[in-house]
Ligand binder design. Structure first.
Ligand code: HEC
Ligand code: HEC
Length: 319
C-alpha cells in the first residue's frame, strides 16, 4: 500500500483567498494594527502584501485571529474522548476542554466561558481546529485553519465560505471540507447540544457487554446503535426543533427504524430498515449515499465510512 499522505493545501481550489504567509512583507517593515484609515491607504499602495491576516490581529466576534492567542498549546489542556465519536472521513481527532478558571470540567455543569477544541488531522498533518465557547446566550463558534499542517500557528477561517483541502489518506483521494462557522448550528443546536461529545453518556465508561448467550445479531445491533448515537442522534432526536428529524436515540432506535416507513418529505419513500434486505432499506441507502435517498449525515462527510456501512449491512441482513 502507498504511504498515506496529505497534499499541501497550497493547491487548494478554495472559494476564499488563501492566507499567503510566505508572501508577507518582512517583519518590522510594516505592522498594521486593525484597519485604520492610514493603514488602509498603505494597504492600497502596497497591494495585498501588507494586508494579509499576518498583520491583522483584531478579534472577530470575540475570537482572536490566531489559535495560539486562545490557547498557546492545546496539548497542555485536559483532553477527552467520547464513547461514540463522530466519523469525519476517518480523520484523527483530538479534543480539549478549558474552563475559564482552569478547574476541571464536568459535563453536568459547564461554566460560561468554557472553551472546547476539536482538532482534525490525517497522519499527523493538522488540517483544522474547531472551537466552541459556551456563551451567556448560547454557543459561539470559530474555525481555525492550519495552513502549514503543524499543530501550532493556525489562523481563523475567513468569514465567507467553506474551504476544501485535498487529502490523500489510506490510499483514497478526497477533499476534506472545513465547514463554515454558520454550519455548526445544524448539528450543535438541533435539540441535543450545544456540547455533543462532552456529555455524561458519552464520557461514561462503556464496558463491552458480553452476555453468555449474546448472539451475533445482538452484537451487531449494539454496535449500530452506538454508532448512531455518535453520528445521527444530534439531529435524529425527535425534538421537533428546526433541523431535527425522527428519533433514533438508543431506546427507540430499533422500534423507529425496523419495518418503519420513512416520513421525511425530503427523502426517498420506503421502509427505513427492511429486515433481511439492506439494499432496499432507505437507512442503508442514505448511509452509503445512494440515490434516491438523501445522503446521511447530510454534511460533514466527504469520504464514506465503509467499515460502518458493512456493519449496518450485516445488521440489516441478520434481521
Ligand atoms: C454533522 C454534524 C456536525 C457539524 C456540522 C459540526 N459538528 Fe461539532 N461535533 C459534532 C458531534 C456529533 C460532536 C461530538 C462527537 C465527537 O466529538 O466526535 C462534535 C464535537 C465538537 C466539539 C467538541 C465539543 C463537543 O460538542 O463535544 C467542538 C469544539 C465542535 N464540535 C465544534 C464544531 C464547530 C465549530 C462546527 C462548525 C464549524 C462544528 N462543530 C460542526 C457534530 C457536528
Ligand atoms: C445535520 C442533521 C442530520 C444528521 C447528522 C443526520 N441526519 Fe438524517 N435526516 C436529517 C434531516 C433534516 C432529514 C429529512 C427529514 C425530513 O425530510 O423531514 C433526514 C432524513 C433521514 C432519513 C430519511 C427520512 C425518514 O423518515 O426515514 C434517514 C433514513 C436518515 N435521515 C438517516 C440518518 C442516519 C443513519 C444518520 C447518521 C449516520 C443521519 N440520518 C444523520 C438530518 C440529519
Amino acid at each position: 500500500m502507498l504511504p498515506a499522505r496529505v497534499v499541501g493545501s497550497s493547491s487548494v481550489p478554495s472559494t476564499m483567498p488563501l492566507y499567503t504567509h510566505s508572501s508577507v512583507a518582512p517583519q518590522g517593515l510594516l505592522r498594521v494594527e486593525g484597519f485604520s484609515l492610514p493603514a488602509l491607504a498603505v494597504c492600497f499602495v502596497l497591494g495585498a502584501l501588507a494586508c494579509t491576516p499576518e498583520d491583522h490581529e483584531r478579534p472577530r466576534d470575540g475570537f482572536p485571529e490566531r489559535l495560539d492567542r486562545l490557547a498557546p498549546d492545546l496539548a497542555e489542556l485536559p483532553s477527552y474522548e467520547p464513547a461514540f465519536p463522530l466519523w469525519t472521513n476517518g480523520a484523527d481527532k483530538r479534543r480539549f476542554v478549558q474552563t475559564p478558571d482552569g478547574t476541571p470540567a464536568h459535563p453536568g455543569a459547564i461554566p460560561v466561558g468554557t472553551l472546547f477544541f476539536k482538532q482534525f488531522a490525517y497522519d499527523g498533518v493538522v488540517i483544522e481546529t474547531r472551537v466552541i465557547r459556551v456563551g451567556e446566550s448560547g454557543p459561539e463558534y470559530a474555525v481555525y485553519v492550519h495552513e502549514d499542517g503543524s499543530a501550532l500557528g493556525a489562523r481563523r477561517m475567513a468569514p465567507d465560505g467553506v474551504r476544501e483541502v485535498p487529502v490523500v489518506f489510506e490510499g483514497e483521494t478526497f477533499s476534506h471540507v472545513i465547514p463554515h462557522e454558520t454550519q455548526c448550528a445544524a448539528c450543535h443546536e438541533a435539540g441535543m447540544g450545544p456540547v455533543l461529545g462532552f456529555t455524561a453518556p458519552q464520557l461514561a465508561v462503556h464496558e463491552p457487554e458480553q452476555d453468555e448467550d449474546d448472539d451475533e445479531r445482538a452484537a451487531l445491533e449494539r454496535d449500530v446503535t452506538g454508532y448512531v448515537q455518535g453520528n445521527c442522534v444530534h439531529c435524529h432526536n425527535g425534538s421537533g426543533v428546526p433541523g431535527a428529524s425522527f428519533d433514533m436515540r438508543s431506546e427507540v432506535f430499533v422500534a423507529n427504524t425496523v419495518g418503519m416507513p420513512t416520513t421525511g418529505s425530503a427523502s426517498a419513500a420506503g421502509l427505513r430498515v427492511v429486515p433481511g434486505d439492506p439494499e432496499a432499506s432507505v437507512l442503508y441507502q442514505a448511509f452509503v449515499a445512494r440515490q434516491p435517498a438523501a445522503p446521511m449525515p447530510p454534511l460533514g462527510v466527504q469520504r464514506r465510512d465503509q467499515q460502518t456501512a458493512a456493519l449496518v449491512h450485516a445488521w440489516i441482513e441478520s434481521l
